[in-house]
Write a protein of this length. Structure first.
Length: 160
């Protein structure tokens, strides 16, 4: 019984993410026991993200909205709220778009040459249509890409 108490205490101290625990003596004692045998990384289940995204849109009737941030927050607050399909569409669309343009800052109008932007625009237009009941007029889009490896932020602006 004593062994189980010590084991679970060491694992709890090791896994405690609070800043107060980072330099504690308990963490220093639990680390050599837990790390080599019981350490688990979240990358076992999901790869560590290389980029963070924001998608801001507006039309002539509505102001700027960060729909990616709003949808992600709503999904995290209520996993059964029905936002998963929209979130997956946004993630896939912006991921493929970011991989097609590379690390550049630019202001552009849509010339129809990037098929990934077309897919993302369909998702964004569908979002605005379902939210406001009509198709957006003169929609503007800012796609913000934060590259976590280089710590650079790229912003792309489209007006159509």
């Amino acid at each position: 019984m004593l062994f189980l108490t010590v084991h679970f205490t060491a694992v709890l101290v090791y896994a405690d993410p609070t800043p107060a625990n980072e330099g504690s003596k308990l963490k220093a004692f639990s680390y050599p026991y837990v790390y080599p045998y019981f350490h688990q990384s979240w990358s076992m289940f999901v790869p560590i993200p290389k980029q963070n995204f924001n998608i801001y849109i507006r039309d002539e009737e509505h102001g700027w909205e960060d729909i990616f941030g709003q949808t992600l927050n709503e999904h995290q607050c209520n996993r059964l709220g029905g936002n998963e399909n929209l979130l997956l569409s946004l993630v896939a669309g912006v991921h493929y778009y970011a991989s097609s343009v590379g690390a550049t800052n630019f202001i552009a109008t849509d010339d129809g040459s990037n098929p990934y932007l077309k897919v993302l625009e369909k998702v964004l237009t569908g979002y605005m249509t379902s939210k406001y009941g009509k198709r957006p007029v003169k929609m503007e889009t800012i796609i913000r890409i934060h590259d976590l490896s280089s710590h650079k932020i790229y912003a792309h602006y489209y007006k159509n």
